[in-house]
Design a protein around this ligand. Structure first.
Ligand code: AMP
Length: 340
């Protein structure tokens, strides 16, 4: 079993996100109102670290080289630049590799796939999408000086996990890729800078954020390709691996697909996920779990300390109860309703 790290385990190490006044007696304190006002006072640019680098790929770069560069730099996505039109050309993300895997699994032999990947340019990935009938990725971007509130709204509506920040040179109108802002980075910014932690004290059981019904799960014996198909069919980025009692043993994530693509193991898609998990890198951070009585406050404390993409909600026996994704948290903070 992967190491678990629950917010509840951290809840004893001091109980404040930041120095915060005692909770007001009025429980009706409106988290969205306070949070939106905070987010409107900051820009996307504020979230960027003082020093950072941006890795951008030319669309003529070979897929194989791009994969190598992603892995070498410890990143899972990068903005694309079309040097012919001198324009931003979208993001290369794990979804592109999932499309590639699905395409080769259904259309050709492994040998052909590997041969193709050797000579396929990033620009070609858009053709693969068309061939498998996948929707063309949205060309999302944000002005670096846009408010953090607008950035969160865009992320919530689009269900994107990240959005590139694009500036335009005054005069020439030439586009410049400034950085990429992720859900995690925004939530970490909130975790570090948001002072009014008293509005974060409601437990998940009352907040009702996350998904608690029809959760897609797998067992250790489920073939990897079946989970990859579930990612696509349900537009989700992780599937908890449970035993026959519903006890959470692990999580298979879209990011895990990168290792398959990198190793060119397109012939191993039928192996049980348990085998694929055993080959995970040793530095895999582990599965983050929480309980229904955890609060956003305790979740933010975890986010401040560790890179978290989702929390698996479990009961006292470690049985699966639900999933709280960063998109659920972000959507809740800005009052985003799915049908708006
Ligand atoms: P994510 O892709 O993690 O941003 O999640 C997108 C939405 O799908 C969120 O509402 C999650 O709560 C939900 N979700 C995530 N994983 C699963 C899963 N395995 N089964 C059902 N829903 C999920």
């Amino acid at each position: 079993m992967a190491t678990t790290d629950t917010p509840s385990q951290h809840s004893s190490d001091g109980d404040s996100l930041n120095a915060s006044p005692p909770p007001p007696s009025d429980q009706a304190c409106d988290i969205q109102q306070v949070m939106c006002s905070f987010l409107k006072q900051h820009t996307a640019y504020d979230v960027l670290p003082v020093s950072y680098r941006v890795i951008v790929f030319d669309t003529h770069l070979l897929v194989k080289k791009a994969l190598g560069a992603l892995v070498q730099n410890g990143i899972v996505s990068a903005p694309l630049w079309d040097s012919t039109s001198q324009k931003f050309a979208g993001m290369l993300t794990v979804a592109d590799f999932i499309n590639l895997i699905q395409y080769y699994y259904t259309h050709s032999s492994v040998e052909e796939a590997l041969r193709d990947i050797e000579k396929c340019e990033l620009a070609h990935l858009r053709q693969v999408e068309k061939q498998i009938g996948a929707p063309a990725p949205q060309l999302l971007y944000m002005d670096p000086m846009a408010s953090l509130y607008d950035t969160c709204q865009l992320l919530a509506k689009s269900r994107a996990h990240r959005v590139p920040l694009l500036d335009k040179e005054s005069g020439t109108g030439m586009e410049m890729i400034v950085s990429v802002i992720t859900q995690y980075r925004i939530l970490k910014f909130i975790a570090v800078n948001f002072q009014e932690s008293h509005v974060l004290r409601q437990p998940l059981s009352e907040l009702k954020i996350g998904t608690y019904k029809n959760i897609a799960t797998a067992t250790m014996a489920t073939p990897v390709i079946q989970i990859i198909n579930t990612f696509v069919d349900q537009n989700i980025s992780a599937v908890p691996i449970v035993d026959d009692q519903g006890i959470v043993l692990n999580v298979y994530e879209t990011i895990d697909v990168m290792s398959i693509a990198k190793a060119g193991k397109y012939n191993q898609l039928d192996i049980p996920v348990g085998e694929a998990l055993a080959a995970r890198p040793k530095n895999y951070p582990g599965v983050h779990t929480c309980r229904l009585n955890d609060t956003l406050h305790s979740i933010f404390r975890t986010i401040r300390k560790q890179r978290v993409y989702r929390l698996i909600v479990v009961d006292e026996d470690n049985k699966l109860v639900g999933i709280v994704s960063l998109s659920n948290i972000l959507g809740h903070l800005v009052g985003y309703k799915k049908d708006e």
